[in-house]
Write a protein that binds this ligand. Structure first.
Ligand SMILES: [Zn+2]
Length: 320
């Protein structure tokens, strides 16, 4: 995930707004508070939005250990209370995704506007499903993940204000209807079938011991796919390594890949165990005799996880 320069942020925001607008006016500097004038349709009204844009970065909490959360740093913003929205932006797998925060709700909680954290999964859901994904955090703060090309309709949906240059003949787009982001729902039937298919053993290390769990290959939040083909049986360590911190991935040929870059970060943080990645994968060959093919789902997930191929190596080629 690149850290964007102010110029890149400005270019990306412009691209996103122009995807569904006839005309967009932006100042040179978008990091501080600024006004964007957007005219959705030729000959239609234009609207002013009070915005600020920051880069989305990873939320590395302790000693650089990866967590499955992203953040934007909102320190030092002037006049935040008067913003219509504080936007975060970055590129994920080549696609720009924007987050939107209601800073008026954030400031009373912290006393000032600093880091705003949000779940990483909502970014990928917005990107892959092409929909606006809204999430309400535990403290009641709303955050929305918006695919870049939907930024203009999203902003129009936020504003109750009248257009700046009303045109009686103009058709104003209706507000965007939000889809609420929900924690994934676990289906007991799905878990039972997946565990049975894998003979109750972790597909990465072979551990059984009745502590294994059923994980979704294509995240349930994306497609709601509860077919047994979309399941993989993992021990809690490998479930975390696969689902939450993207430390391991499984290629469609059932080989195990490790994110070497993250492993180095863990080592620097004092973790010398490599416990989570000492993997055998001996259970996979027995699965090939079963008439259940997980390859298509693995391919989908593997492509997403290994977006940055330089970070990943097959487990068999890693030197510890
Ligand atoms: Zn395991």
């Amino acid at each position: 995930m690149p850290r964007l320069s102010p110029d890149e942020m400005r270019r990306l925001i412009r691209e996103c707004l122009e995807a569904e607008a006839h005309h967009v006016e932006l100042p040179d500097d978008v990091e501080g508070r600024f006004t964007a004038r957007v005219q959705p349709a030729a000959d239609g009204p234009s609207y002013d939005f009070n915005l600020a844009v920051r880069t989305i970065t990873r939320d590395t909490r302790h000693a650089g250990v990866w967590v499955h959360r992203l953040k934007i740093q909102a320190t030092g913003l002037e006049g935040v209370r008067h913003l219509d929205a504080l936007l975060g932006i970055n590129v994920f797998g080549g696609e720009p995704v924007v987050t939107s925060f209601d800073v008026a709700r954030h400031i009373p909680v912290t006393g000032e506007s600093n880091n705003i954290q949000f779940p990483e999964a909502m970014i990928y859901e917005a990107r892959d499903v092409g929909r606006i994904v809204e999430h309400v955090k535990d403290n009641g703060e709303p955050v929305a993940a918006v695919p870049g090309m939907l930024l203009t309709p999203f902003l129009l949906g936020l504003l109750p204000t009248a257009p700046l240059s009303p045109d009686p003949g103009a058709v104003v787009p209706p507000p965007v209807s939000f889809r609420t982001y929900r924690a994934r729902v676990r289906s007991p039937k799905f878990a039972d079938s997946v565990l049975r298919l894998h003979q109750n053993r972790c597909a990465a290390c072979g551990v059984g011991l009745d502590i294994v769990e059923a994980a979704h290959i294509v995240p349930h939040a994306l497609t709601g796919d509860d077919a047994v083909e979309n399941g993989i049986c993992l021990c809690p360590n490998h479930h975390t390594a696969f689902d939450l911190i993207d430390l391991v991935a499984f290629s469609p040929d059932r080989r195990i890949w490790v994110n070497a870059a993250k492993l180095k970060v863990l080592e620097r943080a004092g973790d010398q165990t490599h416990g989570m990645v000492i993997v055998l994968s001996y259970l996979w060959p027995t699965l090939s005799a079963v008439a259940v093919d997980q390859a298509a789902r693995l391919e989908h997930r593997f492509a997403r996880q290994t977006e940055d191929p330089e970070e990943w190596q097959p487990r068999s080629e890693m030197k510890f």
